[in-house]
Design a binder for this molecule. Structure first.
Ligand code: FAD
Ligand code: NAP
Length: 247
């Protein structure tokens, strides 16, 4: 077991009733964009820790966490009560293989997230590596309603910084909107809407795909991609699909 670092909350943001960002000053060993770290609180004499992706890129501080308050969730129901100067425990080291160094070279990088799964992709998109290694980068971000579509300003800035190279495709599944696709990611792969919108095809030769968030989305999307001939990427057997389940 490691010794927790004691972090301090320096800022927080409530995007809506359930979605929140927490900004924490804490020591942490160098990490890669896309990794996660355990954050914890002492609750009723017990340290309750959970993994959270880092939204900030490796060269930027404070640490940034983007999380949803899970109904009845042991830790998140306490995270939402934190305010300026409050203490939060942070593990000394980040982990995880959903990083660009683990992804084989390809022409196109597709980052597909549901909900808070967008966090690690924002960290990746803030590094030079994504723009140097891929001709095109597509961020697919699926939420239920417009109020769940956090970080729009940050995404707009990426669009301004990387015109022609970056495509943003939001999905709203429970509300109509003319700027977003409707329904779910796997269906839009099956019926061709996703590629039509991106203006590029998903293929074994040209695509690397990273999936993050809802485990059922990851399963269904992986299956839709397998139907197209793609396969999961492993260090010992190169493929095109890299995943991280949040629960
Ligand atoms: C590698 C990794 C990275 C993660 N990064 C993030 C992150 O950046 N942001 C984030 O919000 N969560 C993230 N999670 C989930 C997080 O670790 C916790 O599980 C979550 O915050 C719930 O903790 P809790 O103690 O409040 O709930 P618990 O009392 O532990 O209840 C857990 C249950 O809540 C549900 N659940 C957990 N996470 C979610 C979720 N995000 N959306 C919907 N239902 C969920 C599941 O049914 C799970 O069994 C990550 C998980 C993993 C494994
Ligand atoms: N978002 C909220 O306003 C809200 C409010 C209170 C509580 N919660 C709770 O918080 C948790 C997380 O909510 P969330 O909205 O962040 O995440 P979520 O339930 O994972 O939904 C995010 C997006 O993923 C889609 N999705 C779900 N299953 C999928 C699948 N198998 N394949 C493809 N896409 C799929 C959803 O579409 P669909 O809409 O079609 O499912 C939605 O567009 C849930 O347990 C929820 O009960 C959320």
């Amino acid at each position: 077991m490691y010794t927790w670092n004691i972090g301090k909350v320096v800022e927080y943001k409530h995007w809506n009733k359930t979605l929140h960002s927490l900004y924490v000053e804490s020591d942490i060993e160098p990490f890669e964009a896309g990794q996660f770290v355990k954050a914890a609180l002492e609750i009723n004499g017990e340290v309750i820790g959970r993994p959270y992706s880092l939204v900030n890129p490796p060269d930027s501080r404070p640490l940034e966490f983007y999380y949803i308050e899970v109904p009845g969730g042991l830790l998140t129901s306490h995270l939402v009560k934190l305010g300026y100067g409050d203490e939060i425990l942070v593990a000394p080291r980040a982990h995880g293989f959903m990083i660009l160094d683990e992804v084989p070279r390809a022409k196109h990088l597709w980052l597909m997230a549901t909900g808070t799964g967008v966090g690690p992709f924002l960290s990746i998109l803030a590094t030079d590596k994504s723009w140097q290694r891929f001709e095109r980068v597509v961020l697919v971000y699926a939420v239920r309603t417009l109020s769940d579509l956090s970080y729009q300003e940050c995404i707009s800035q990426i669009l301004v910084k990387h015109p022609g190279q970056f495509t943003f495709i939001p999905f709203l599944s429970r509300e109509p909107a003319n700027f977003a696709l409707s329904g779910r990611i796997p269906q839009a792969i099956i019926d061709g809407r996703l590629e039509a919108h991106a203006g590029i095809k998903i293929s074994i030769e040209n695509s690397q795909i990273m999936l993050c968030g809802n485990p059922q989305m990851i399963k269904d999307t992986t299956n839709a991609l397998i139907e197209r001939g793609l396969k999961k990427h492993h260090r010992f057997s190169a493929g095109q699909i890299t995943t991280e389940n949040y629960w």
